[in-house]
Design a protein around this ligand. Sequence first.
Ligand code: 5GP
Ligand code: ZN
Length: 113
Amino acid sequence: MTDCIFCKIIAGDINSVCLYEDEYVYAFKDINPQTPVHFLVIPKKHISSMNEVNAENSQIAAKCLEAIAKIAKDLKLEAGYRVISNCGADAGQTVFHLHFHVLAGRPLGEKLV
Ligand code: 5GP
Ligand code: ZN
């Protein structure tokens, strides 16, 4: 999608700090980190949000989860981390390209769930 910030990041039209990339997935540091470690894992195929995950594309979403586990091991996040995907306005989604926030680097305290 030409007007999607994250598609532009994948294409290299907007700079990002890449942590991991493969055929299906791109992972990069969040520009406005909420914790000492805060990165985003996104599918290279444009999927707007969790609402658009279905039987045809769930394999790609699963690739994101596989990548999270791999990156967490590489970054030695054995102390723990939190994975969040905001979906829709009430959840505060601002970029409508499916993404998983990975937050770590300090005790995350107050639990959302
Ligand atoms: P959302 O609020 O949609 O769940 O999260 C979007 C995230 O994307 C935010 O945490 C925001 O900081 C991050 N973000 C937005 N634009 C850019 C950008 O151009 N580069 C990077 N690295 N992160 C971005
Ligand atoms: Zn996109």
